[in-house]
Design a protein around this ligand. Structure first.
Ligand code: SF4
Length: 70
């Protein structure tokens, strides 16, 4: 799978600290999101949200449908 680019869907960014979104809160990032499926290669992994089924997302990324794991 290709690596997601900024803006892929839902205001996605590869660097969560660059999120420009009203829902973003410090500390949130893909690898602590309920949709994160685990690292696959060098900090990138799959996201189970349908909008990201065709790409890898960055462990330190973020998007507007973030929801905390656990
Ligand atoms: Fe990252 Fe979660 Fe958005 Fe997927 S749903 S891109 S894991 S913040």
């Amino acid at each position: 799978k290709a690596k997601a680019e900024d803006g892929h869907a839902h205001s996605y960014v590869n660097d969560a600290t660059q999120a420009d979104h009203s829902r973003y809160q410090e500390g949130q990032q893909c690898n602590n999101c309920v949709f994160w499926q685990g690292e696959e290669q060098n900090g990138w992994g799959s996201c189970s949200h349908p909008s990201f089924s065709d790409v890898l997302v960055n462990a330190e990324g973020w998007c507007g449908v973030y929801a905390p794991a656990g």
